[in-house]
Design a protein around this ligand. Structure first.
Ligand SMILES: Nc1nc2c(ncn2[C@@H]2O[C@H](COP(=O)(O)OP(=O)(O)OP(=O)(O)O)[C@@H](O)[C@H]2O)c(=O)[nH]1
Length: 359
């Protein structure tokens, strides 16, 4: 039996994980046993941890590099590990800077040929930022090419985050998309709400039996061949492991990723984090992570995308941390500034989690 593969692509923060969660819910309704391959640029695995709260699917994670640039054998190995667990359907969520056609290529490797078949490439676009990203990256030919390839090779394009834009902007986006891809189905969405039944149509459970929770394997992968590689040790990392503090991951083109430690004793509030994000907003595309505040032990998930931050409660139980992803980010200076902020004694705040700036 050939297992159908859905590749979820799209730029950083566009809504790929949001879509994946929806697809997992729909798969569950259809009695399907999903396998998921997730790829993150940073060493910390925020999206995977979000998924753990929602799904009993088998998950493989490739951290700290872009899978489309890694050795193909590593991706093949991860997919083979998933296939051992006999999924009915496979989802591959790419990093925001990955080129989906490279994945299609991997699916035809000898170890996978005949066992998996690419069903659809779904590309999620951030309606608010799509046009700006194009011009923002205009000087970076590689990123523009990647963004465009994500559109060109898509079978289905979700123009997501339409709640942030006017109808006129949607016309401009559609025109830009159609120049690149005249064939893909195009759907306008908020929070990736799209009718998924027709998309998953024809996917059948391979074998009956209860869904089982499988242990999660994490694999470090090598990074872009053009970049000096500091990864590729193959060392496994448990989700509860602390991310190494203020560590800079090797970058993909101009994209830089930095993981920052969180010291609850420093007494920082949401407002402090939001202010820090604002200070770094030029070039910052994405930030995410888990933090706790002094007044309660509850974990909070930060999602910063499209220059906006969102805070959600979270069940994550590991060490708190933040990940920043940006274009040409001066990660050393950012880390130093962050350290200084954490080392500066914070005045007492009456409403530390209200999001208000302290005087
Ligand atoms: N307002 C609004 N927010 C959205 C929408 N879709 C997703 N979000 C939020 O945008 C943030 C980023 O969404 P994700 O699904 O994590 O994006 P992603 O593409 O997986 O991000 P990366 O993995 O970093 O590339 C989250 O806080 C989502 O809840 C939408 O249509 N409207």
């Amino acid at each position: 039996m050939t297992i159908p593969v859905f590749v979820l692509s799209g730029f950083l923060g566009s809504g790929k994980t949001t879509l994946l969660l929806r697809m997992l819910e729909e798969s569950k309704k259809l009695g399907l046993r999903p396998g998921i391959l997730m790829n993150e640029l940073g060493k910390a695995d925020v999206d995977g941890l979000i998924l753990e709260g929602h799904s009993s699917a088998s998950i493989e994670k490739l951290l700290d590099g872009c899978v489309c640039c890694s050795k193909k054998s590593e991706l093949t190995g991860s997919l083979q590990a998933l296939l051992v667990r006999k999924p009915d359907i496979l989802f591959i969520e790419l990093t925001g800077v990955a080129n989906p056609e490279e994945i299609a290529d991997v699916l035809t490797e000898p170890g996978l040929l005949g066992r998996v078949a690419l069903k659809q490439v779904i590309t999620v676009l951030d309606a608010e930022n799509f046009m700006d990203y194009n011009s923002l990256f205009a000087s970076d030919k590689q990123l523009v090419r990647t963004l465009r390839r994500q559109v060109e090779v898509a079978d289905l394009i979700l123009v997501n985050k339409t709640d942030y834009v006017h109808r006129i902007r949607l016309h401009q986006i559609e025109k830009a998309i159609r120049k690149l891809n005249g064939h893909a189905m195009l759907v306008y969405t908020t929070h990736c709400r799209v009718e998924l039944k027709p998309i998953l149509e024809g996917v059948q459970p391979v074998q009956k039996g209860p869904l089982t929770v499988r242990p999660i394997r994490m694999t470090k992968i090598t990074t872009h061949p053009k970049e000096p590689s500091t990864a590729g040790t193959g060392r496994g990392m448990h989700p509860a492991d602390s991310p190494e503090p203020a560590e800079t991951a090797p970058s993909h083109s101009r994209v830089r990723t930095v993981t920052l430690p969180w010291n609850q004793a420093a007494g920082l509030t949401k407002a402090d984090v939001d202010a820090f994000l604002q200070r770094w907003k030029d070039g910052l595309i994405r930030a995410k992570g888990y933090v706790t505040f002094a007044e309660s032990s509850h974990m909070h998930l930060l999602q910063y995308a499209g220059k906006r931050s969102y805070w959600e409660p979270s069940f994550y139980q590991g060490e708190p941390y933040l990940v920043f992803i940006g274009i040409d980010l001066d990660t050393d200076r950012l880390s130093e500034e962050w350290q200084r902020l954490q080392d500066t004694p914070q005045p007492q705040s009456l409403e530390p989690e209200s999001g208000r700036r302290r005087k």
